[in-house]
Design a protein around this ligand. Structure first.
Ligand code: GTP
Ligand code: SPV
Ligand code: MN
Length: 614
């Protein structure tokens, strides 16, 4: 039997609650060895993984990994929130009773790590010393070395984070067991995978994957599902799938902070890493705080909404990342950064990586190139030539410190004050470039009715139009009505309310499908208008769905756009919006206990559209 105590002693891990937990799961999963991981173990784990053929070298000091072909994205169907309170059941959280789920998952985990090492990864999902740090401590147990390497990049990892807890028993117990990936029936009626957050027990049990949000438990399962539940249960904070950025106006010396939710693979990472367009670069500077998660609370001293990014790294979409769209991401994954690329194409001879959109055309010389499944590109039959080289949800993983525009105060324990909250997504029609919302209930209503095209970040939903409240649909852990009320309570308690806005970089011309707005760096122009509006420097024009920019109020210097496209993204199609209100009514009606303020906001917008003569 594995000598867990000796391994814990060697690592100096003294917290008895953690020790009991590790011992229990080492026994249950039948792991052969226990390895307690600290961030300083990275070089050793990289060497071991290279030697074992689990990862491959890319250039100098970056790496490549491949996940099993049926394990390339989050599975929403197999993800469950389990508690002991049936009243926790919502529309999107796939609620099940905890008593039912424990035996089901544990039976699958029993003995499933035999022959493997169990890595003990103590972590903190917050800047140390943050008022929310008590909710941020966790210990992931994983039987995948690759997952341990990703956790070191994505979270603050080390025994020190859990050995001096104010309440030594208060840490999230997060167990990850990979399982026999080739025999789990992924996507069939016999699917064996279970990704369960036991939210009222602060325990996470994930079985049957080694990819992304299914396996890096600090990130999605703890950072979003568990934290959202904790924030609601304590009435203390919000945990959202939000990016967080700062914009400094060098002319006035003022700095603004904007956070907001776009569904998975819809532009959060890109926006937070944005460089100002060349023509505006002398005046504005964008700083990166976070690209996927923000925790928000009301500061008891100044009454403002403050936010932290609980993460320590970026797990970003590779597709279309290039020198023009996101040079920051390329820099953050360059030589010596320790970045890990997953499921992109790999050249086993030159040790290069490539993905769709990295360059306009794929490399001409096919020698050594393998697609994301490991198959040589040169061997492809004619019919397979058009297949992508990289998986559409292929990603890069790199620490925040590698991001060139990371804010100097990104790990400030008390976070940053929020000026504006934005929602957006891939919406091919209806949604203009930006519409600002000053009323809190209307802002919350807007978030709840965020409708967008789903992406390859989740299995089997790519391209589907669906509502994704606040971009939290896959991460919702408690009922939507209570969620809306919690939002109204937290934002309502702020003395200085953030401005809300809805943005859309993805409107298309139906005749040929081109994006009407150039996107990427130019997106900053919309945010600058929002800040001007907040400062009373522009007025915009009122519409039924919010305040729209007048063309002359936008800084358009250096923008290359067709005039018709610009006019389209700055106007609204009232008929299309009236139709939308019917869909929204059906969407909202699913949610039990939705606050009356939200229904009132809905009716105000509907009435304003009915009155609109344009
Ligand atoms: P998750 O990590 O899955 O939560 O996603 P994310 O919201 O951080 O998405 P990310 O920023 O990584 O963007 C995903 C995809 O959207 C990439 O392929 C980008 O190239 C593309 N994208 C981002 N911004 C824009 C934009 O302004 N216009 C267009 N057309 N595409 C964009
Ligand atoms: C998402 O899917 O929204 C992600 C990536 O941010 S994952 O960690 O796989 O959930
Ligand atoms: Mn995400």
């Amino acid at each position: 039997m594995v000598d867990t105590d000796a391994a814990l002693d060697r690592a100096g891990l003294r917290n008895v609650h953690v020790r009991d937990y590790v011992r229990h799961w080492a026994e249950l999963t039948g792991a052969d060895r226990v390895d307690v991981v600290d961030a300083s173990d990275d070089a050793r784990l990289i060497e071991e993984s290279l030697a074992a053929g689990e990862i491959f070298p890319v250039g100098d000091g970056t790496y490549y990994s491949r996940s099993y072909i049926k394990d390339t994205a989050r599975s929403e169907e197999r993800t469950i929130v389990a508690t002991s309170a049936p009243t926790d059941k919502g529309v999107y959280n796939n609620w099940r009773h905890a008593a039912e789920m424990h035996p089901i998952v544990e039976e699958r985990m029993r003995g499933a790590s035999a022959g493997k090492t169990m890595y003990v990864v103590p972590y903190l999902m917050a800047p140390p010393g943050s008022p929310l740090a008590p909710y941020a401590a966790g210990v992931e147990l994983t039987d995948s070395r690759t997952v341990a390497l990703h956790m070191i990049r994505m979270a603050r990892v080390g025994v020190a984070y859990i050995d001096n807890l104010a309440d030594p028993a208060m840490f999230v117990r997060a167990v990850h067991v990979t399982g026999d990936l080739e025999n789990l029936g992924q996507g069939t009626p016999e699917d064996q995978r279970y990704f369960v957050t036991f939210a009222d027990e602060r325990t996470i049990l994930h079985f049957g994957s080694s990819y992304g949000g299914n396996a890096l438990l600090g990130k999605i399962a703890h950072g979003l599902r568990q934290a959202a539940y904790d924030g609601w249960a304590t009435r203390g904070f919000l945990a959202e799938q939000f990016m967080l950025l700062g914009i400094t106006d060098k002319q006035t010396g003022r700095k603004y902070h904007v956070c907001g939710g776009f569904p998975s693979a819809s532009g959060k990472t890109n926006l937070a890493m944005t460089l100002a367009p060349d023509s505006l670069g002398d005046r504005y500077y964008v700083e990166f705080y976070g690209d996927d998660i923000a925790w928000m609370w009301v500061d008891p001293d100044d009454g403002r909404i403050r936010a932290i990014n609980p993460e320590f790294g970026v797990f970003g979409v590779a597709k279309d990342t290039n020198e023009q769209t996101n040079p920051t991401a390329l820099g953050a994954t360059g030589a010596g950064t320790g970045a890990i690329f997953t499921n992109v194409a790999y050249n086993e001879k030159s040790h290069e990586v490539w993905w769709e959109g990295r360059t306009e055309d794929p490399p001409v010389d096919l020698d050594g190139w393998l697609d994301w499944t490991g198959a040589p590109i040169a061997d492809r039959q004619e019919a397979a030539r058009a297949q992508p080289w990289a998986h559409p949800n292929s990603r890069f993983t790199t620490a925040l410190a590698n991001v060139s525009n990371v804010a100097a105060d990104f790990d400030e324990p008390n976070g940053v004050p929020i000026d504006a909250i934005i929602f957006g997504g891939r919406t091919r029609d209806r949604e203009p470039l930006i519409r600002a919302i000053t009323d809190v209930a209307e802002g919350v209503y807007d978030g709840l009715t965020l409708g967008a095209e789903a992406t390859a970040a989740a299995e089997g939903v790519d391209g589907q139009l669906r509502y994704d409240p606040m971009s939290m649909r896959p991460f919702m852990s408690y009922p939507e009505g209570a969620y809306a009320q919690h939002w109204l309570d937290i934002i309502g308690a702020a003395r200085e309310k953030p401005l809300f806005a809805h943005v859309n970089w993805f409107q298309r011309d139906p005749s040929d499908g081109h994006f009407r707005w150039p996107g990427y760096r130019d997106n900053l122009r919309a945010l600058l208008w929002l800040i001007d509006l907040k400062n009373g420097e522009v007025e915009g024009i009122a519409s039924a769905v919010g305040i729209l920019p007048i063309k002359s109020e936008l800084d358009l210097e250096g923008l290359i756009i067709d005039e018709t496209d610009l006019d389209e993204v700055l106007s609204i199609d009232v008929d299309r919006w009236r139709q939308e209100m019917g869909f929204r009514e059906t969407h909202l009606a699913q949610f039990g206990g939705l606050p009356e303020e939200i229904w009132k906001a809905h009716r105000r917008v509907a009435d304003a559209l009915d009155d609109d003569a344009t």
